[in-house]
Every structure is written in C-alpha cells, then in structure tokens.
Write a protein that binds this ligand. Structure first.
Ligand SMILES: Cc1cc2nc3c(=O)[nH]c(=O)nc-3n(C[C@H](O)[C@H](O)[C@H](O)COP(=O)(O)OP(=O)(O)OC[C@H]3O[C@@H](n4cnc5c(N)ncnc54)[C@H](O)[C@@H]3O)c2cc1C
Length: 396
C-alpha cells in the first residue's frame, strides 16, 4: 500500500512527485509511466519555450501560475544544471493593420503584471536585422529551456529522496473504495494507494473516466508540425519571433523559435490528430478516431473553427503558402530552408458544447485528483502546478 501513486512521467507528474516527496519525506510514493523513459509525449515534443504569460486572461490559473513558473523554472535549472536561456521574445506587427492588436496585447501584458517594451521599426531592426515589421513588443522574460532535461533532473531528485519510479508500466484499470485506490497495470502488477494523482496528458480523460471523474470534457488531439532551419541559418534570429496572435486562437501562427540545442524551428501548426500519441503523418488509431467521432464536443468545435482548421490544412499541404507567411517577417528565408522536424501532439480539453477549456482544469474524487487540462504554458508552469496539487491534497 503506497501513500501516493502518481500516473504520468511528463513534466506535470514529475514536478508533483518530486515536490510531494520533498514535502512528505516519510510518505511512500510511486510514479507510474507507461513509456520506457520520461518526457516521451507532450513534454518532450514541444517548442521548449519558457512563456512569460502575456496572452492569458488576467487572474486565471494560466496567468498566475505562468508568471510564477518563469522564476521557478529558471531557479530549478540553475540549481540542477539544466540548460536554459532567457533570450527574450519579439511579437512583430508586420503591417499597420496589426498595430491595434499589438497595442491591445501590450495592455493585456500590463494587466498580467508584465513590463513589455514597445519598439518601432528601427528598434526592431537594431535587435533583429533579419526581421521586418512596423512595430514590435519585446518580452525580455521569455526564454528557452531543455524540458526533457528538467524532467530527468526531477526524476533523479525524486528517486534520491526515496521515491519509486516505475517505467514501462501502463495503468489499465483503477478502482476506488472508501480506504484506497486499486491500480491494475499492463505488467500484471497490482498496486494499492491511499491517494492517486493522474497527470496523463493526452490520456487525461480516459484515466479520469476510470474513476468517474471525466465528466464535462474530452481530449481532442491537435498535431503540431514543425520545420527546422538548416545549420547555416542558426544565427538568423536571437529572440523568439512571433506574429501578433488572433486573440481567439492565440497559439496559432508561424513562430520562429531558437531551441536550446542551437537549432531554430518554425511552427507548430494545429492540425486535427487521429492518433493521440501518434507522430507520423499517416498515424491513425481506430480507438482514438472513434472516440472523437462519437464526441459532440469534437463536432461542435470543428464547425466553430472550420475556417482556421481549413487554413491550417492548406498551410500544411503547401510549403510555398507557409513560406509566404514566414517571409512577411523574415524575408531572406526560402523553401529549401524548411527541413523536417519531429511533430508534437497537443492535448486540448474540449467541453461537450465544443468550447476549448481555456484554463488549467482539475477534477477530484475522495481519493484521487486528475489533471484534466494542462495545455501550454503548462510546461513553464509545471513547478507551481505541482505545488498547487500538493496543497490541494494536503487540504483534504
Ligand atoms: C506542439 C507543442 C508545443 C508546446 N510548446 C510549449 C512551450 O513552448 N512551452 C510550454 O510551456 N508548453 C508548451 N506546450 C505544452 C506542454 O508541452 C504541455 O502542457 C506539458 O508538457 C504537459 O505535461 P504533462 O505532464 O501534463 O503531459 P505529457 O508530457 O504528455 O505527459 C503525460 C504522461 O502520462 C503518461 N501516461 C498517459 N497515460 C498513462 C497510463 N495509462 N499509464 C501510465 N502512464 C500514462 C504518458 O506516457 C506521458 O508520459 C506545448 C505542447 C505541444 C504539444
């Protein structure tokens, strides 16, 4: 009988396990991960950005935990020798028509307690000679980091304190009674815990459903495809370069992102995924497709955002079209600069009415807590999310 069992070796599960063990050194804690290494899904296949917290609704969990997350992430990386670089981000208005939205973003950032700097075209050119635009916002707090490296460090700290990490162990069934939660796994192992925390990312709804906590949302997977620029282009930009976002779908748009390994990526897109943890272009899962097609939220969401959806498909099908969006900011890029790069899949929690659930979302049963929605910037916010989960458990 464990005191706590945590499902999921992504950054949210590991941050929770590491902090829970630190706060309760005598508790027996096990973390169960179905893959043979940590950070194999969203955490290891993302843009690697430490987001500053510009876009989010003031007062939301996303806004408050992201702001705190920046400092906690940097502190953790310094203490544990994980590479990071607070290189800053520029949000660029390509022409006059985008200036009002850029100014609105400046106000939103201010409401979120962030001091951004407004630059004119000369100011932009002085910072990034290869980028063109009429006005830009500089976010000096934004950075880049090695998230899988953070996960490995958290796993080491958790194990050094006596925590147990079981890789290659998929949870297949959960059963809650008054005194415990029983856990069945693919290895045939049968575990019991006094309290369970599920941080299953793309599988969050299925784990929550096992204990009847999955009402009110379903996971809709979105493929995020990237390009990588060739090595000789690795000095093209020093900051992250983002377009002014569509306020309703702020994660869309062509992002130019220096990575912590020295390369530069462009992307990600947001294409419908037909396999939750499938990264190849033609990956389809019958089970995942059926659960999408039988979920009202999926159909309503698809109708609501059909124009953006079609745009994303057309951009993915035509490199020339994609390049046109890119050269609006970075005119020197050409088609042969767009090399393949591994894809990621986002877990988007959607309610039955077809609304994307914007904020981080948790559900509880008497003996379990489920992280139902942890989209971007949950990697940035993972340390405060883990702290919040510990506090929720302790308050029970
Ligand atoms: C394309 C893309 C770009 C992004 N860019 C950024 C960014 O730049 N900055 C940022 O802050 N955020 C970003 N995000 C979001 C961020 O990556 C996620 O919010 C974060 O990684 C979520 O972490 P997690 O631990 O909840 O999920 P995951 O990393 O997906 O981990 C969940 C884990 O649970 C395991 N699991 C699931 N079911 C079971 C089971 N039954 N038994 C055992 N184990 C199980 C999985 O194998 C997996 O390892 C991005 C996401 C994507 C997809």
């Amino acid at each position: 009988m464990y005191d706590f069992a945590i499902i999921g070796g992504g950054i949210v599960g590991l941050s929770t396990a590491w902090q829970l063990k630190k706060r309760h050194p005598d508790a027996s804690i096990v973390l169960l991960e179905k893959e043979d290494a940590v950070a194999r899904h969203q955490t290891g296949r993302n843009s690697g950005v430490i987001h500053a917290g510009i876009y989010y609704t003031p007062g939301s969990l996303k806004a408050t935990l992201c702001r705190e997350g920046v400092d906690r992430t940097i502190e953790f990386c310094r203490d544990n020798d994980v590479p990071f670089d607070q290189c800053g981000k520029l949000i660029v208005a390509a022409d006059e028509s985008e200036i009002d939205r850029l100014d609105a973003l400046y106000e939103r950032a201010h409401d979120n307690g962030l001091d951004l700097e407004l630059l004119d075209d000369d100011g932009l050119r002085a910072l990034e000679p290869n980028v063109t635009g009429v006005k830009a916002l500089l976010s000096p707090r934004t950075g880049i980091v090695d998230y899988p490296g953070m996960c490995r460090a958290m796993a080491r700290l958790f194990q050094a304190d006596g925590g147990e990490l079981r890789l290659g162990t998929a949870v297949t069934r959960l059963l809650e009674s008054e005194s415990r939660v029983e856990i069945r796994t693919n290895t045939g192992a049968f575990l019991e815990t006094r309290y369970l925390v599920a941080c299953g990312g793309l599988m969050a709804d299925r784990l929550a459903d096992m204990l009847g906590a999955g009402k009110g949302f379903g996971i809709v997977p979105y493929r995020g495809e990237y390009y990588r620029l060739p090595e000789e282009r690795s000095n093209l930009v020093r900051h992250l370069i983002y377009p002014v976002p569509d306020p309703t779908l702020p994660f869309l748009g062509v992002h130019i992102t220096p990575m912590i390994d020295g390369s530069i990526t462009v992307g990600p897109s947001a294409l419908q995924g037909w396999k939750r943890e499938g990264y190849g272009k033609r990956n389809v899962s019958l089970r995942d497709t059926l659960s999408l097609l039988t979920y009202s939220g999926f159909w309503r969401l698809s109708v609501k955002h059909r124009k953006a959806g079609i745009r994303e498909i057309r951009d993915a099908m035509s490199r020339r079209r994609y390049l046109r969006k890119l050269t609006k900011y970075c005119p020197s890029l050409t088609k042969k600069d767009l090399l393949p790069h591994p894809t990621g899949v986002r877990a988007m929690a959607v309610d039955p009415q077809g609304n994307m659930i914007d904020d981080f979302l948790f559900a509880e049963t008497p003996r379990s807590l489920h992280v139902c929605n942890a989209p971007s910037p949950a990697a940035t916010s993972a340390i405060p999310i883990g702290r919040l989960i510990c506090e929720k458990i302790e308050s029970q």
